[in-house]
Structures are given as structure tokens and as C-alpha cells.
Design a protein around this ligand. Structure first.
Ligand SMILES: [Mn+2]
Length: 369
């Protein structure tokens, strides 16, 4: 194979071996993407369903997502797929699962982000396919196939299908390309030649980049302009810092009206857009709605963290883990139950200024949070 790297080839080989031997024993397969599915979660689930279908095994994609909460273009794709694939919710799963069912989790490796948080008690047969860094909510199984070299679960599934000599339909190739496109922020985060090779191969399988780009077209002009205004107004508060190794950091929080409540998406978008500027890592801090108390209760704070891909890239996952969060090297986050955003901001600034002194930061955070 001419894939991403030797390690990646080995992961695909092992995944194929584990999948085939587990599918051999399973009467039913439950495919589990993370909650609030995106194109990567959906595409990798569809590809897994194609594999099961090809082998003649009963399979279901489990999600509790509601179409009314989906973005219009995603909803359209989802509702269309729903007519061709078996989607069920976690209640449906409870009714039909058996001890010998196989569970395949995709695009996530942690229990708290999937529709079946009790997965460990369901079965000994669990396979996890992901490209995110695990944290302490990691699913308990020996069959963990996590590659941080892959840009998306879709990329892993593409090479798995190729390695299994499976026929890949144009529709599935198109979805997999949408998965890669989403998880690389419109190919912005493709960081190695093999990423581009993957895209080129998907195009050979009939995927169309223009069609994928059209999936991300914004349908509501007024709403989008309002969102952009809100994000620009937040970004105006950005402050820049340089640490002792000359790394440039940006930290943004609304100093004018610190109690402002944002959505996770708004904070994430603000953080993403900071990477266009000359800096190494960016952090955006804001209150988000507490699910427990409903809208407008400012007792939950989220930090979004991003860093540029470079030789001495800042590992923002490591920094977010200090706050009990997580993510990938270049994209990570945490949400903290707290009503003092100034304290969080000061703690974060201390941590990034002393980025290289992990022990010191650990004790500093314990003292402060
Ligand atoms: Mn993904």
C-alpha cells in the first residue's frame, strides 16, 4: 500500500484483521458515530455499513440526533441516506441488541460523546475507529484503532475499504470526501502529501470537490452576517503574548461584557479564524449555556484552543488536559463549571507563558481552580 505511513498501514492491517474476525462472530452490528453527527461521523458510519452490507451482516447506525437540529445541507444528506440505510436510536438498540452483537464506534473514542454511554456493559465486542486523542473517558476495549496521523475517520475508512478490496460507490466516495473536507476545515488542515493523495484518490472514485463545497454553502444570509458580526466583536478583545521560547499566543475573551453567553460553535469559529494571523496558538474563552440550567445561566465556561501545524507545533491538547479537557494536537477544548471567567483567563495565561514547565503548571492549576 502507498498510504500515509508505515504506522498507518499497520493500523489499517490490524483493523482489517480485527474487523473480519469480529464480524465473523457477530449476528448484528451496531455502528455508533458521536452525538451531533458531522460529515465525518456520518460518512465513516456509512462506509462501515457498506462493509457489513457487502459481507451480508445485519447492521444499524445508532444516533439520537434530531433532524430539526441539523444544518439544512447536512439534514438533506442525512434524510436521503435514511431511506437506504438502517438508522435507529439508542432505545431501538436496547430492544434488539444481544450479547453477540458487535459494536463499532467511529469518529469518537470516548463514552461521554456517543449515544450509548454504557457501551462497556453491552458487549465484549467493541471496535473503536478514531483520529482524536483519547482522554480518561476512553471506551474500554482492546480493539482501539486510533490514528492521529489520519485527518479524519473518513480517511481511515477509505483505506480500510481499499485494503479489503471493496467496491466503493460514488456516493460513499463523495461522503468520505465531505468527511475529509469538514475535518480539515476545507482542506486548510491537510498537513502532509498523503492527505492530498487521499483526496486525489477519492476524486478518482467519483467524488466531486465542487459538490462537496456546495454542501457547505450557507443558506441563511442574515443569520450568518449576524454571527460574523458577533465573532468579529469578540475577536476585537484579542491580546497577544510571547513566551520564553518566542512562541506567539493569542487569548480572546469579551472584556467589555464578560458575562456574554456564546455557543460552542461561535467560540470555535472565533478561535479557528485567529489562525489566519501570525501566531502559533490561539485560545478563545467564553461562557456557554449550561445544559442543566437552560439558556442564559453563566456558570459554564468553555475554552477553545487551536495551534498551527509546524515543526515545533504547540500541543494544545496537552494544555487543555491540564484543565481536564482534551482534543487533538492542533484543536482542543474544555468546558469548566465555574462562574469566574477572569480567573480562568488568568490561569490560562499563566499556563501558556510557562508552557514548557508542566509540573509547575499542574500545581498552579490545582491551587487556582
Ligand atoms: Mn472526525
Amino acid at each position: 500500500m502507498e498510504n500515509i505511513s508505515d504506522n498507518f498501514d499497520e493500523l489499517i492491517d490490524n483493523l482489517k484483521g480485527s474487523l473480519i474476525s469480529n464480524l465473523d462472530k457477530a449476528f448484528k452490528v451496531f455502528i455508533i458515530p458521536h452525538n451531533n453527527m458531522d460529515f465525518d461521523a456520518l460518512a465513516s458510519s456509512i462506509a462501515l455499513s457498506d462493509i457489513c452490507q457487502h459481507l451480508g451482516i445485519d447492521n444499524y447506525i445508532v444516533t439520537n440526533d434530531k433532524p430539526k437540529n441539523m444544518k439544512p445541507s447536512f439534514r438533506e444528506v442525512y434524510l436521503n441516506l435514511k431511506t437506504k440505510y438502517n438508522f435507529i436510536n439508542s432505545e431501538g438498540l436496547d430492544k434488539i441488541k444481544t450479547r453477540d452483537s458487535l459494536f463499532i464506534v467511529t469518529d469518537s473514542c470516548v463514552k461521554n460523546l456517543i449515544p450509548t454511554p454504557n457501551i462497556d456493559s453491552y458487549s465484549d465486542n467493541i471496535i473503536v475507529i478514531d483520529h482524536h486523542k483519547p482522554d480518561n473517558n476512553i471506551i474500554n476495549t482492546n480493539n482501539l484503532f486510533i490514528s492521529s496521523e489520519a485527518c479524519s475517520a473518513s480517511e481511515i475508512l477509505f483505506y480500510l475499504m481499499k485494503n479489503m478490496d471493496m467496491y466503493i460507490t460514488t456516493e460513499t466516495a463523495q461522503l468520505l470526501l465531505a468527511g475529509v473536507y469538514l475535518d480539515t476545515k476545507g482542506l486548510f488542515f491537510v498537513n502532509n502529501p498523503s492527505g492530498f493523495r487521499t483526496i486525489a484518490k477519492l476524486l478518482q472514485y467519483g467524488a466531486n470537490l465542487q459538490d462537496v463545497q456546495n454542501l457547505f454553502t450557507i443558506s441563511n444570509f442574515e443569520d450568518d452576517i449576524k454571527q460574523k458580526e458577533l465573532i468579529i466583536n469578540l475577536l476585537k478583545f484579542t491580546q497577544f503574548y510571547t513566551d520564553d521560547k518566542s512562541m506567539r499566543f493569542a487569548v480572546t475573551m469579551n472584556n467589555n461584557d464578560p458575562k456574554t453567553v456564546y455557543t460552542n460553535e461561535q467560540l470555535a469559529e472565533a478561535c479557528d479564524s485567529l489562525l489566519q494571523y501570525s501566531l502559533d496558538a490561539a485560545f478563545v474563552i467564553g461562557y456557554i449555556d449550561s445544559e442543566k440550567l437552560g439558556e442564559g445561566h453563566s456558570n459554564k465556561i468553555s475554552i477553545k484552543a487551536r495551534s498551527k501545524i509546524s515543526e515545533n507545533t504547540v500541543d494544545v491538547a496537552e494544555i487543555m488536559q491540564l484543565f481536564n479537557g482534551g482534543g487533538d494536537t492542533n484543536r482542543a477544548a474544555v468546558s469548566i463549571d465555574c462562574n469566574n471567567i477572569e480567573k480562568i483567563s488568568e490561569t490560562l495565561k499563566h499556563v501558556i507563558k510557562h508552557n514548557n514547565v508542566v509540573a509547575d503548571n499542574n500545581s498552579f492549576i490545582k491551587k487556582n481552580l
